[in-house]
Design a protein around this ligand. Structure first.
Ligand SMILES: Nc1nc2c(ncn2[C@@H]2O[C@H](COP(=O)(O)OP(=O)(O)OP(=O)(O)O)[C@@H](O)[C@H]2O)c(=O)[nH]1
Ligand SMILES: [Mg+2]
Ligand SMILES: [Zn+2]
Length: 296
């Protein structure tokens, strides 16, 4: 490391420019050297980097991306301690999207928490969601940015390392980040009167304040699955299946429609969430299709 070089973290990326905060808290604009592009590496928000700051108005250069502890592709973030998946009664929850995000987090060994926001609109949603994830061991918190319900518990969850809020557009991610941390953020609330003036987060940003390190990400509604996963491995990402593994008549078993399948039997007895199992079957079909198409 030369005298001018520094260590920092990428707090934002915009059109090939990155904003890196150094250890003194100063933010520098940097670019990735062409070598990264040639190696197919794209810097991500949350990346720890070694960089050479620019002189005056010039931007600096990223020299090295330090090893990542983990990363997600959607949203594109690195080195996160916890994924906080937000959903709400409105917009209608996309449960397949939720399961896919949980899968990707599990694949990267990232702890996940589900937060059901806008509780005051429908207090019955959170118990329904909790019932579906109790066997998977995913905590389900309830919150309302409007009434303040659950914000203390959420605050504790958010205060521990870099946490990333993700989920569909409009569920209230930015509003919750503002309510918990006090960071003034543009959320949908601003200019709600004009239909097109609705503020939606466009760029992932790492925000820090009073010990909070929060990634507020842009919501999305469509998630394509990763390139290719061996279909028989999908079940390994469902912790609630683990107690029944090895007990099915066929080995290995997809837990799809096989006779004497211990997982299907457990769901029939109500020991597993039937809805979660049904979505597993939908994802399994997708994964099988992707796997068949992988060389085409
Ligand atoms: N009723 C109700 N509305 C809320 C609550 N929290 C947020 N909202 C509203 O939901 C709308 C969307 O909030 P945002 O915080 O912008 O949602 P977001 O998840 O950040 O959306 P994107 O940035 O597009 O991904 C805004 O109009 C908020 O005022 C809540 O607890 N209750
Ligand atoms: Mg937002
Ligand atoms: Zn089985």
């Amino acid at each position: 490391m030369t005298a001018r070089e520094r260590i920092g973290v990428i707090v934002k990326g915009l059109g090939g420019l990155y904003y890196a905060r150094d250890e003194a808290g100063e933010v520098h604009v940097v670019r990735a050297k062409g070598a990264f592009r040639r190696m197919g590496i794209t810097p991500m928000v949350g990346d720890d980097i070694r960089f050479a700051p620019g002189e005056g108005e010039e931007h600096g250069w990223i020299e090295e991306i330090l090893p990542r502890t983990n990363f997600l592709v959607r949203p594109p973030v690195a080195n996160i301690r916890r994924l906080i998946i937000v959903l709400a009664p409105e917009p209608k929850p996309d449960m397949l999207l939720l399961d896919t995000m949980l899968l990707m987090a599990r694949e990267q060994n990232i702890d996940s928490v589900i937060v059901v926001n806008k509780r005051e609109l429908d207090p019955s949603l959170a118990p329904q969601i909790r019932e579906q994830y109790v066997h998977a061991g995913v905590p389900v918190l309830e919150a309302s940015a409007v009434t303040g319900y659950g914000l203390d518990a959420l605050s504790q969850t958010m205060a521990d390392g870099i946490c990333c809020l993700a989920g569909q557009s409009g569920v209230g991610k930015s509003t919750l980040v503002s309510a918990v941390t006090g960071i003034a953020l543009l959320s949908g609330e601003i200019s709600r009167k004009t239909t097109h003036g609705k503020h939606t987060t466009r760029h992932t940003e790492l925000l820090t304040k009073d010990g909070y390190q929060v990634l507020d990400t842009a919501g999305f509604s469509l998630l394509s699955l990763w390139k290719s996963m061996e279909p028989m491995h999908l079940k390994d990402y469902y912790p609630e299946f683990a107690p029944y593994e090895g007990q099915c008549r066929f080995q290995p078993c997809y837990h799809f429609s096989e006779p004497d399948c211990a997982v299907l039997a457990a769901a029939a007895r109500g020991e597993l969430s039937a809805q979660r199992l049904e979505r597993y079957h939908q994802l399994l079909e997708q994964v099988k299709q992707t796997w068949r198409d992988r060389y085409e």
